[in-house]
Design a protein around this ligand. Structure first.
Ligand code: C2E
Ligand code: MG
Ligand code: MG
Ligand code: MG
Length: 281
């Protein structure tokens, strides 16, 4: 059912995007209302340590709880939110909500966890991003080390010098910068070297068919070696099988994320998943 609903939602947005300006304005209007009506939700997907399989944090993933269409995935509305500029207030909501949630985990003793938040290029171009992040952390009395901001290679490539300056200021706050979907963009190694990143996430396109002796295995092990030589923490996304998990662990990947351990889920379910984790004595 969820799949069918997702397809319908996709058709709705795709068709709308191909029709007229009026329709686009309608969706943009809906997005604005959605914020006022509090229809956005964050789901959380666990990120875990490859070596000991313990949860080390979660990625916040945006969902739109549409009154008629049900739960809509971000791929179906982020582009329009970016186009209309609505991604700026929506992104502000995401950041605040993720930090609020991280604060409750922190208070529950998960002081070593980090919450990851995705940033769009449009938010990145907004010059008050650094102040926003700083103010949000302060609002929730959250240590900066509990926050990771994920940017894609292409986000950061739009205006290299400006991006580097913003990223440096963000890193200066003490948060971690993560390069999302690594391997799908076209950033140069020189640029990667200049990025103040702590983490590199291997795109799930390389993980899907991972097996001994494949091209993907060669690429993934090269990315891990490159990342480690630049002192980066390596995360694999889209881990769906035990085989992928074991292989990635063997290759020295630091952390894993994927349906194998847990799908993105509502905070209450996420709570249930992680309380099953037994704390060491
Ligand atoms: P992403 O940041 O690369 O997030 C990972 C995506 O992969 C998520 O899709 C997640 O549900 C999916 N995924 C995780 N594990 C697996 C797996 O094992 N198998 C498969 N097939 N998929 C897996 P989702 O939640 O639909 O998000 C899609 C994209 O939307 C994200 O990709 C991110 O670029 C964007 N996005 C999500 N939330 C936000 C947000 O708050 N702000 C912005 N600007 N973008 C967001
Ligand atoms: Mg991400
Ligand atoms: Mg990703
Ligand atoms: Mg992605």
């Amino acid at each position: 059912h969820a799949k069918a609903a997702g397809r319908n939602a996709y058709r709705f947005f795709e068709t709308s995007m191909n029709t007229n300006v009026h329709n686009q304005l309608q969706i943009m209007q809906d997005l604005r209302l959605a914020l006022e009506r509090k229809e956005f939700r964050l789901h959380y997907q666990a990120k875990y340590d490859a070596a000991n399989r313990r949860v080390i944090g979660a990625e916040a993933l945006l969902r739109w709880q549409h009154p008629e269409r049900g739960l809509i995935a971000p791929d179906h509305f982020i582009a329009l939110a970016e186009k209309s500029g609505m991604i700026v207030p929506i992104g502000e909501w995401v950041l605040n909500e993720a930090c609020r949630q991280m604060r409750t985990w922190y208070d529950a003793g998960r002081t070593e966890w980090k919450v990851s938040v995705n940033l769009s290029a449009v938010q990145f171009a907004h010059d008050n991003l650094v102040e926003l992040v700083k103010a949000t952390l302060e609002r929730h009395r959250l240590p900066a080390r509990c926050l990771i901001l994920e940017v894609t290679e292409s986000t950061a490539m739009q205006d290299v010098e400006t991006s580097l300056s913003i990223l440096n200021r963000l890193a200066g706050l003490g948060i971690d910068i993560s390069i999302d979907d690594f391997g799908t963009g076209y950033s140069s190694l020189l640029y990667l070297k200049r990025m103040p990143a702590r983490e590199l996430k291997i795109d799930r396109g390389f993980i899907r068919d991972l097996a001994d002796g494949t091209d993907d295995a060669a690429i993934v092990s090269a990315i891990i070696a490159l990342g480690h030589s630049l002192d980066l923490h390596i995360v694999a996304e889209g881990v769906e099988t035990e085989k992928q998990q074991d292989f990635l662990t063997e290759l020295g990947c630091n952390s894993l994320q994927g349906f194998l351990l847990g799908r993105p889920m509502a905070p209450e379910q996420f709570q249930a998943l992680t309380t099953m984790q037994v704390d060491p004595a």
